[in-house]
Design a protein. Structure first.
Length: 451
C-alpha cells in the first residue's frame, strides 16, 4: 500500500484533479511542475507540496511506499522521470491512474476532440445539483464549484476521456459520449483514420450506451453497447433541441426532445448556441442513467460554465471580453460563430496563441480559414509546450493566409502595450498555452478604461 503519491507534471489540469483526489483520501501528495500557475498555487494552499526545479531531492526516498504518476507531456529525458524509472519506483501514466480509480465504479465518460470539458463538467453538475451525487475528474475548473475534482460517496464517476496519447483507452465506461472525431494530435495519430480507429476502440470498451453526435462514424459493428445519437437541432437524432430562442445576453432556451418525451423550456445557464448542443449531450447521459427530467432542466439552468471555456470576463455596453481555450480550428470557428450570435454587428477582435509546432504545421490552412472570420486578428508566437521547434514552422504560416480585414503579428510580451492603444468593441482570446496569464491584466485594463 502506497503512502506517497508523487506527480511529475502536477500542474496539468488532469494531473491536478488526481493529485487532489489522493490528497482527499489521506495520502502524502507532492510533485513537480515547470512553472508556477494559479492552479499550482491553489494546490499548495490545499497542502500539496509543489516545486518548480527538476531535482531528485524532492522525490520521496521510500521507493516501496511511493507511487509516481507522470503525464506524457513530460519529456522522457527529464531528470526526475529518468531517476524514478532507474531506481525501482512504481511509475504509471496519469491515464492509467484514472483507469484504476474508475474501476469498479459506474463510469460516465465524455470523449471527443472538442466539447468534452464543458459537457463533462455540466454532466457532473447535473448529478451533483440533482442530489444523486458523483465523483468527477474534469479537464477544466468548474465555475460552480471552483475545482476540477468532485468527490461523492455515490459510486458514479464522471470522467473527461482524453484522446491524447490514447489515454481514454484506460477507461471502461457504463455510458460514454463522443462529441467529435476531428483530426487532431496528429503527432500521435498521423492521420484522421487513426483518430477514428482510436474512438472506435474506445466505443468498444463501453458496456451500456454510447451516445454519439449524429453523423459520427461509429456503428453497431464497433461496439456491443447500445448506440444513441444527439444533435443541436437535427430531428433525425435520438436527442435534439427544438424551438431554440436566444435572449439579449446570448442565453438560449430550448425544448429537448428525447425517446421518452420532451423537456420544455430549458434555459442554458451559459451563453452561446454550442452550449445548447453540450446540454443535449449531458442531458442524454443523465436521462439514460435515469435522473429526473425536471432536475436535469433545473441543473442546466444553474450551470455557471467552466473557466476558459467561452468564459465572459467583461461585458458592458460597447465593450465585451471573452476568453476561450480553443486551440483547434473547429473550436475557433464554433466560438466565433457564438460571438457573432451574441454580439451581432459589432467589431470582433481575436488574439490567438497557436499551441504546438506540429498542430500549427498540420492545420495552418484551417487555422487561417477559421481566424479569417474575425474583423481583426492579433496573432502571437507559437506556444511550444512539450515540443522542440520545427524548421519553417512559425505563426507566419497562419498569418500569411488570414484574410481578415485587419491583422497584426506580435510577440506575446508586446500584447498588453498593443491592447492599451487599441479600441476594443468585442475581444476574444484563444489558446491552450500561457495566454491565460493575460486574462486578468486585460480585464483590469478594460475596467479602468470604461470606468
Amino acid at each position: 500500500m502506497y503512502k506517497n503519491i508523487y506527480f511529475i507534471g502536477i500542474g496539468g489540469i488532469g494531473m491536478s484533479a488526481i493529485a487532489r483526489y489522493y490528497k482527499a483520501k489521506g495520502y502524502a501528495v507532492g510533485g513537480y511542475d515547470k512553472t508556477p500557475s494559479e492552479l499550482t498555487r491553489q494546490l499548495e494552499a490545499e497542502g500539496i507540496d509543489v516545486h518548480y526545479e527538476d531535482n531528485i531531492d524532492y522525490i520521496p526516498k521510500s521507493v516501496e511506499n511511493t507511487l509516481v504518476v507522470y503525464t506524457p507531456a513530460i519529456p522522457n529525458d527529464m531528470g526526475e522521470l529518468v531517476y524514478v524509472r532507474e531506481n525501482g519506483y512504481a511509475v504509471i501514466k496519469r491515464s492509467a491512474t484514472l483507469g484504476e480509480i474508475a474501476r469498479g465504479q459506474k463510469c460516465l465518460a465524455v470523449s471527443g476532440t472538442h466539447g468534452k470539458t464543458t459537457t463533462s463538467t455540466l454532466l457532473a453538475h447535473i448529478f451533483t445539483a440533482s442530489g444523486e451525487g458523483c465523483s468527477a475528474f474534469l479537464g477544466g475548473i468548474s465555475k460552480n464549484y471552483g475545482t476540477n475534482l468532485l468527490i461523492s460517496d455515490n459510486p458514479v464517476i464522471v470522467a473527461e476521456a482524453d484522446e491524447f496519447d490514447r489515454s481514454f483507452l484506460q477507461l471502461f465506461p457504463k455510458i460514454a459520449v463522443i462529441t467529435a472525431m476531428d483530426a487532431d494530435h496528429l503527432d500521435i495519430y498521423n492521420d484522421i483514420e487513426h483518430v477514428h480507429e482510436a474512438f472506435r476502440a474506445f466505443a468498444s470498451q463501453v458496456s451500456g450506451t454510447v451516445i454519439k453526435k449524429y453523423g459520427l462514424p461509429v456503428s453497431e459493428n464497433d461496439t456491443k453497447a447500445k448506440i444513441l445519437t444527439y444533435s443541436y437541432g437535427d430531428s433525425r437524432a435520438d436527442f435534439y433541441a427544438k424551438s431554440q430562442t436566444v435572449d439579449a445576453y446570448g442565453h438560449f432556451t430550448f425544448d429537448l426532445v428525447y425517446p421518452g418525451g420532451v423537456i420544455s423550456r430549458i434555459r442554458c445557464g451559459v451563453p452561446g448556441w454550442v452550449n445548447v448542443e453540450n446540454s443535449v449531450a449531458a442531458a442524454a447521459v443523465a436521462l439514460c442513467y435515469g435522473l429526473d427530467p425536471y432536475k436535469i432542466k433545473t441543473a442546466i439552468g444553474s450551470f455557471s460554465g467552466v473557466k476558459r471555456r467561452f468564459d465572459i470576463h467583461y461585458n458592458e455596453p460597447g465593450c465585451s471580453y471573452i476568453d476561450d481555450y480553443a486551440h483547434h480550428p473547429n473550436e475557433i470557428s464554433t466560438a466565433i460563430s457564438s460571438m457573432r450570435d451574441i454580439f451581432p454587428g459589432r467589431k470582433l477582435t481575436a488574439v490567438f496563441q497557436p499551441h504546438l509546432y506540429t498542430r500549427t504545421r498540420d492545420f495552418a490552412d484551417e487555422f487561417a480559414a477559421a481566424l479569417s472570420g474575425v474583423d481583426k486578428l492579433i496573432l502571437l508566437d507559437i506556444y511550444p509546450a512539450r515540443e522542440e521547434p520545427i524548421p519553417g514552422v512559425t505563426s507566419e504560416i497562419i498569418f500569411d493566409k488570414v484574410t481578415a480585414a485587419e491583422k497584426v503579428l506580435i510577440k506575446k510580451e508586446e500584447l498588453m502595450d498593443y491592447l492599451e492603444k487599441e479600441p476594443i468593441d468585442t475581444l476574444i482570446t484563444f489558446g491552450a498555452g500561457n495566454i491565460d496569464r493575460y486574462i486578468e491584466p486585460i480585464t483590469e485594463m478594460l475596467k479602468k478604461r470604461n470606468a
